[in-house]
Design a binder for this molecule. Structure first.
Ligand code: AHR
Length: 516
């Protein structure tokens, strides 16, 4: 008798401690459009992002199209890259664009002081960047030099790119082989102006922003979307002062947030980490939600009409460089942990698109949390690449509000400002222009499979099909010798009945489903 009572008690305790994993999708409630620019990318003259990653030059033995790597180009086309930020980052505030035009042999070299002192030969410049954007069908996002450049230099760059008249810069462009202007909408006026972009105070930079942006003119039907260099992480004062002093002059304000254990000392290995370090990382990545809310709150106060956009134009994981690679080149591997950071972050970004209009993961190839890694003529697609591919369906779709009720995990580890409790399921949903609903689900747990019940409110569906990205171990990754270890495959463990969907999510998995 006593034994029976004990067993019942244990069962009851188990039932209480493990709640059902429930996601409720409210297609009956309104949501904002998820701008495709939330899936933006960033390419800096840093390490092998440009040289060796995107660009090998026309004379290379590596197969290329006009100097751009064919394999990388094709892989990126699959991602539908909506916008590409260039040339930095910190590099932007030391970059002098005139060094990167005209005959290659005449282009002067420079030292890339921010990134390992590498010699930059300027063979990839304005023409090479804008032509790349055209090949990818991506909107260019130009980051202008305010830190060490002049107003005249930036003003002339805009004229060179966008003027179609008989203007001196348009004629110089023509002389260099490009007749018509390129499309340019997004113009960043400086980068990290509080740090590598000039170590400025917000009051001083706000004035400089006003001055520089005054002379960046709208030529011949082009209309620039001028972006002020924004805060990093928790620097709410920067946002406040910028909005106060220059809010009326800007179309957008940027923000940078990295999932990084800290800025001094080791950032930890990209490939070798403990379970506790993994959960800490997901907690840190989720903290972006609080950071976004606080910056948005300030913007709402100063700009109640919601005119100025917030652009998270640098985000992602930042680990120690891979052993054996060049210091300062920020080449890091990318595991399933990074993929979970990507899906969890995107799930959060979808919720804030009333104000948040663009995000640019750092960076597209060979730097930080990249989509693609290259070595000589070899290329691997990272787990993060596959998340971006799965999530493509959410670009320009209307966000569907989602509630998640799930088990939580206690986060251990120092240097934590964020909540100690981590939800083990992350989810997002949207309805595309054809009325098709997509749901993405992430099982954050490294230990257990989870069956999620998805309540489909306001959606009529009979079945769901989709793909899964899943690994046996959270530190699994793709290498040049084993490039296909982590890959999306068709997903079958889903059923739909009476307005409910049951999804069996293996540990370490990201699933995207289309409802039919
Ligand atoms: O993405 C790498 C660097 O991180 C960028 O150059 C800079 O803006 C940021 O600090």
């Amino acid at each position: 008798m006593k034994e029976k009572m004990f067993i019942s008690l244990v069962l009851l305790m188990m039932a209480l401690s493990s709640k059902a994993q429930t996601v409720t999708v409210h297609a009956d409630k309104p949501g904002d459009v998820i701008p495709k620019e939330i899936y933006g990318q960033f390419a800096e003259h840093l390490g092998t992002c440009i040289y060796g990653g995107l660009w090998v030059g026309k004379d290379s033995d590596i197969p290329n199209q006009d100097g751009y790597r064919t394999d990388v180009l094709n892989a990126l086309k699959e991602l539908k890259v909506p916008v590409l930020r260039w040339p930095g980052g910190c590099f932007a505030d030391e970059y002098h664009w005139m060094d990167g035009i005209g005959p290659k042999e005449k282009r002067p070299k420079m030292v890339n002081n921010n990134w390992g002192g590498t010699i930059e030969d300027n063979s990839f410049g304005t023409h090479e960047f804008f032509n790349l954007c055209e090949l990818l069908g991506a909107e260019p996002y130009l980051s202008g030099n305010v830190g060490s450049g002049t107003v005249e230099e930036l003003a002339k760059w805009v004229e060179y790119i966008t003027s179609d008249g008989d203007s001196p810069m348009a004629n110089l462009r023509r002389q260099n082989g490009r007749e018509k202007s390129w499309n340019l909408k997004y113009l960043g006026v400086g980068n990290e102006s509080w740090g590598c972009g000039g170590s400025m105070r917000p009051e001083y930079y706000a004035d400089l922003f006003r001055r520089y942006s005054t002379y960046c003119r709208n030529y011949d039907g082009h209309h620039l979307f001028k972006i002020a260099s924004g805060a990093s992480d928790y620097d709410y004062n920067w946002t406040k002062v910028l909005m106060q002093n220059a809010g009326g002059n800007m179309a957008g304000l940027s923000l940078h947030y990295y999932t990084v254990p800290g800025w001094s000392g080791s950032k930890g290995s990209a490939t070798n980490f403990t379970k506790d370090q993994y959960y800490w990382t997901i907690g840190k990545c989720r903290e972006i939600e609080d950071v976004l809310k606080k910056h948005i709150e300030i913007m709402d106060e100063k700009d109640p009409k919601n005119r100025v956009a917030l652009l998270l134009d640098e985000w992602g994981t930042w680990w120690d460089e891979e052993p054996g690679t060049v210091r300062g080149h920020l080449f890091q591997q990318n595991s399933m942990r990074d993929a979970i950071v990507a899906s969890t972050s995107l799930d959060i970004f979808h919720k804030y698109t009333r104000r948040l209009k663009m995000c640019n993961i750092a960076q597209i190839v060979n730097v930080l949390q990249s989509m693609i890694l290259t070595k000589g003529d070899k290329m691997v697609l990272t787990p993060t690449y596959y998340v971006f591919k799965q999530y493509n369906v959410h670009q320009d779709a209307t966000y569907i509000p989602v509630d998640v009720e799930c088990d939580m995990m206690e986060i251990k580890g120092a240097n934590r400002k964020f909540d100690a409790k981590l939800p083990l399921v992350s989810a997002t949903a949207s309805k595309d222009k054809n009325g098709v609903c997509h749901i993405s689900l992430t099982n954050v747990s490294v230990d257990k499979e989870q069956t999620v019940t998805v309540n489909l409110e306001g959606i009529k569906a009979a079945k769901a099909t989709g793909t899964i990205l899943c690994t046996a171990n959270i530190d699994d990754l793709n290498t040049f010798d084993n490039p296909d270890k982590v890959k999306e495959t068709a997903f079958k463990a889903v059923s739909v009945k009476n307005g409910q969907m049951k999804v069996k999510l293996p540990k370490n998995s990201v699933v995207t489903l289309e409802l039919k």
